[in-house]
Structures are given as C-alpha cells and as structure tokens.
Design a protein around this ligand. Structure first.
Ligand code: SF4
Length: 262
C-alpha cells in the first residue's frame, strides 16, 4: 500500500511520478530524514527539490532534519509501527543521503535501519565517492536490506563514478542514468546488475536522445545486464525530430518503446 501521508508538502506529485509503478503498488513508503541539498554535478541543474522549494518561497540549499526523522521507529496509538511491517522504504528523496552536511545525523539513520530488520530501504546517490567512508561498522548486518543505487548522468560521471560504485559493497549494483543529459559509454558493466534510464522531466527538461538510450540498452544486452527505460523526459529526440512530451505520457511512452531487458 502506497503511503503518501508523510510526503513533504509539494513533493507528493513529484515523487509519485519519479517512482516506478510497481514500487508504488507494493507496500512502499517515503522517508525523508532530512531535507535540502547542495548542487553537485550536471544532473543537479534542474533538481526538483530546488524547483518545488522555490515555488513555496523556500531555499533548498538549507539542509535540516525533518519531522519525519525518526519515522521508522514511530508507533501508532495501538502500538504498531507507523511504517507497516515489511514495507519498502524510499529513503532520502529530498536530499542526497551522503551529503556532507548530514554526516552527524546519518549514524542514527543507520541505527534505525538496523532496528527495523523487517524493512527494505532504497537510496539513490550522486555522492558515491563519499559512501564507503560513511558506512556503519554493522553494514554487513543490514546490506541485504539496504539498496544503494548510483546516478550516472553523463560520460564525465561515468568515468569518475563507475569504478567506485562497482567496488562499493552493496548486494545489488543499480546505475540510474537519469536525467540522462548526454551519451554514455561504460568502460565495462562487469559487476553491475541493472541500468535504469530516463530523460529529464520538468518544464526545463534538457534534451534526451533515443539514440543515447538505445546505446545504453545495447551495452547492457552485450553484458547480460538488466535494462529499464523508465521515462522519456520532457524533450525527447528520435530520428532527428524533437518531441515535447507531457508528463503524463513520459512513462507510458518509454514503456511503449518495448526495449526493457530482464
Ligand atoms: S544531489 Fe539530488 S537532491 Fe541534491 S541537488 Fe543534486 S539532484 Fe538535487
């Protein structure tokens, strides 16, 4: 059961769009222990956290713990946890989990993950270069339940992040090429389990070319890696023609391409 009630004001619609359909339907919860971030690489240029905060007159560069910081341990009046048993918890989707400004709060978050051994957590980061030094000493206890995916949005980040992520001690290695803002050729996909690709949504979404998407698919196919084309983004180029695609059609159009690989 999708649990939107804890989503910060203004983020519900954005996150309903960002998350894959199957996750929304399968007992998923969103948990943002802190809010706000600092722009870090090319993929951050049109960050939706900044866009939404701006529309509410807020400054997204201010990073603060949220009221939901301890959500996994909160209980209802009857004694049951607010996050139901066995839920899939999208963690830190209005910031970056490995942001340096959150270093003092992260140990408590790891501890909550350890205590809620029934939950699975999913994190996406651009700061994979910091991640190893931020892991808890009990990482081996929780790593089967905590997925950490790495964003790679262009060739520059492929060259700098891929090897770091390949050697990062997670059970499943998922690369998120979203927003894909240029062609990417991986040196190798050895050790990678899945690549998810998407264009940039939002009013100022940068162009995404179908040829870049197909190139990534080909690389995955040749390496036996799962491939998922999640969404086209707002401005999508195919065979020399640029299409302006409404948000509601961006995921259906990607699905319609029929190019996913198991
Ligand atoms: S790392 Fe993520 S949350 Fe932070 S500024 Fe970049 S896109 Fe936004």
């Amino acid at each position: 059961m999708w649990q939107p009630e804890r989503i910060n004001n203004g983020f519900r619609e954005e996150l309903l769009f960002e998350l894959p359909e199957e996750k929304k339907a399968a007992g998923s919860v969103l948990w943002n222990p802190w809010h706000g971030c600092r722009k870090y690489s090319a993929g951050c240029a049109n960050c939706y956290v900044y866009r939404i905060d701006r529309s509410h007159g807020k400054d997204a560069s201010l990073v603060n713990k949220t009221k939901s910081f301890s959500l996994p341990l909160e209980k209802k009046r009857g004694g049951h946890y607010r996050i139901p048993y066995g839920s899939f918890v999208y963690t830190c989707f209005s910031s970056d989990f490995f942001l340096d400004l959150a270093d003092e709060w992260r140990p408590q978050v790891w501890e909550m993950m350890r205590l809620r051994a029934d939950l699975r957590f999913f994190i996406i980061t651009k700061r994979i270069s910091r991640a190893s030094s931020c892991l808890p000493v009990f990482w081996h206890e929780i790593k089967e339940r905590v997925d950490i995916a790495c964003t790679i949005e262009n060739q520059k980040e492929a060259d700098s992040r891929l090897d770091i992520y390949r050697n990062f001690p997670v059970c499943r290695h998922t690369i998120i090429c979203e927003p894909l803002v240029g062609p990417v050729v991986f040196s190798s996909l050895e050790g990678i389990d899945k690549v998810s690709v998407g264009g940039e949504s939002g009013p100022d979404g940068r162009l995404c070319s179908f040829s870049w998407v197909l190139s990534l698919r080909r690389q995955c196919q040749e390496s036996g890696v799962s491939f998922f084309f999640k969404q086209t983004g707002t401005n999508f180029e195919k065979e020399g023609k640029v299409y302006h695609i409404p948000r509601a059609l961006q995921q259906p159009q990607a699905l319609k391409a029929g190019i996913n690989l198991p």
